[in-house]
Design a binder for this molecule. Structure first.
Ligand SMILES: Nc1ncnc2c1ncn2[C@@H]1O[C@H](COP(=O)(O)OP(=O)(O)OP(=O)(O)O)[C@@H](O)[C@H]1O
Ligand SMILES: [Mg+2]
Length: 460
């Protein structure tokens, strides 16, 4: 086996008798439709490409017209020459990537699009001084009939207004989805249910895109700032960290170095503790900060790859979601060089916190979690497991903090010191100890606490 491999390596490419097996276009393309994208995630993958092409404006339009309904993503980026467009249409398109590029697999344009529609047309204008447009389509009907990996050229006179219009005065690319079988597979294509679904899809993409691209929409990422419109409405960024709120606390950022299969990099953690509900500037602001999945599910890590959000909330299996921790949110940033360590998937919807940094991350998050819990509990006296009541706590020393003020570790100790340790209940100590314990210490701490609880008389 080893010898065979060496032979392959030295002879480079040809082996006598080797047989090329081209996948069945019909079967593979259909299976690839089920990679797990939902509508908003699929649109986000197309927008990734626009951002990377230097677009400053991306316009998404949804047109309801029964079976002829369509979705279009049009950008004013640099566009593609015909040969570049043909390569872009290929499953597994080849290209060199920069270190901050959002693309990785050469698949997104095709897999995201075909997960939602049966016909994908891509048209591109690459020269600002000439009106030439190159355009090709993947049509699942054609693939089913021929079982061949063939794209169809769209001649100049075949370009409908939906394609021509956005490219009238600019270079750029138009991605058009037609035959929306996955989204609008209704018996009555012009019925009320189909119409409602399309309207709902508009809201879904607005919510999703305002979240995953918030750094680009707000201009935090200067190099890739862009404007996003959905059916003409400009999308505002949604800031998971409510940084406009005066009482939001920005804690010290943490950098954790990582080495994975010879690649050395670092992961940045920027923790925030959002204000107690009563300390938000308004009820509306509190609700808006809750986010798409609502407060409880939005606690935890917000993982960004080259500035684009991949994960929005959740503790990556380091801990469970907990009502008491819902004010803790942490921005986690890494560059694509660490993709393998984070095990990013093709749809860029999932990452895993690399195993080698899980322990240090847990340790470093303990004070964040603690402060979030204290902020949450501040105005909520409640009974706890042992039957004792939680003492009304002093407000944390935050009145003088300006928006986004950095709260460093000495502030954290001050907050700690501001309460006498003897005032802590057993349940508070338990949480404290569990938050501080490492994974291996936890079972021991838990069993000690259990014995302690059993020993103590329960108080009314
Ligand atoms: N809107 C666009 N403007 C200019 N070039 C584009 C655009 N969309 C796609 N491309 C080109 O087509 C190529 C293929 O896109 P595709 O989304 O399939 O793969 P990718 O972005 O390279 O990787 P990934 O699978 O991670 O998205 C891109 O690398 C880019 O060169
Ligand atoms: Mg892409």
């Amino acid at each position: 086996m080893h010898l065979t491999t060496r032979r392959i390596m030295t002879r480079k490419d040809t082996i006598v008798g080797a047989i090329e097996l081209i996948p069945s276009a019909k079967r593979l393309m259909k299976s690839l439709r089920d990679m797990g994208y939902d509508f908003a995630q699929a649109v986000a993958d197309i927008v990734d490409n626009s951002v990377e092409a230097g677009a400053t404006l991306v316009a998404i339009d949804l047109e309801f017209d029964g079976d002829d309904s369509w979705v279009r993503v049009a950008d004013n980026g640099r566009g593609m020459k015909p040969e570049e467009l043909r390569e872009a249409m290929r499953y597994g398109a080849e290209r060199e990537y920069d270190k901050e590029d959002l693309g990785k697999f050469g698949l997104g344009l095709k897999t995201a699009s075909m997960s939602q529609c049966r016909c994908l047309s891509v048209a591109s204008r690459w020269n600002a001084d000439r009106a030439d447009i190159a355009a090709y389509a993947w049509d699942l009907g054609h693939i089913e009939r021929t079982n061949r990996w063939e794209i169809l050229p769209i001649e100049r006179n075949g370009l409908g207004p939906a394609i021509r219009e956005p490219l009238k005065n600019t270079t750029g690319t138009v991605v058009l989805w037609q035959r929306l079988d996955r989204i609008l597979g209704y018996k009555l294509p012009y019925g009320e249910a189909a119409r409602k679904r399309l309207a709902q899809m508009c809201r879904e993409i607005e919510t999703h895109l305002s979240m995953v691209f918030h750094r680009f929409l707000s201009g935090e990422s200067q190099t890739k700032k862009f404007t996003l419109r959905v059916n003409g409405n400009e999308i505002e960024p949604w800031d998971p960290f409510a940084r406009k709120e005066a009482k939001t606390r920005k804690l010290d950022s943490i950098t954790i170095p990582i080495e994975h299969e010879g690649i050395v990099g670092e992961v940045q953690f920027q923790p925030y503790v959002l204000p107690h509900q009563d300390e938000f500037s308004s009820r509306d602001a509190f609700h808006a900060a809750g986010g798409p999945a609502s407060w409880n599910q939005q606690q935890g890590f917000y993982i960004y790859r080259a500035g684009r959000m991949i994960q929005s909330g959740g503790w990556s299996n380091l801990r469970a979601a907990d009502e008491h921790l819902k004010l803790a949110r942490v921005a986690v940033s890494f560059l694509p060089i660490l993709d393998d360590a984070f095990k990013i998937n093709v749809a860029k919807m999932r990452v895993q916190l690399p195993s080698q940094i899980r322990e240090p991350v847990r340790d470093k998050m303990a004070p964040v979690v603690k402060l979030a819990r204290e902020t949450y509990d501040r105005k909520q006296p409640q009974s706890v497991g042992t039957g004792s009541t939680l003492a009304q706590r002093k407000p944390l020393q935050s009145a003088s903090e300006a928006p986004g003020t950095t709260l460093n570790s000495s502030d954290m100790s001050a907050a700690k010191a501001s309460r006498s340790s003897s005032a802590l209940t057993l349940e508070e100590w338990s949480r404290e100890m569990l938050a501080t314990a490492t994974i291996s210490e936890r079972p021991i701490v838990e069993s000690v606490l259990q014995r302690l609880r059993a020993k103590l008389p329960s108080r009314p």
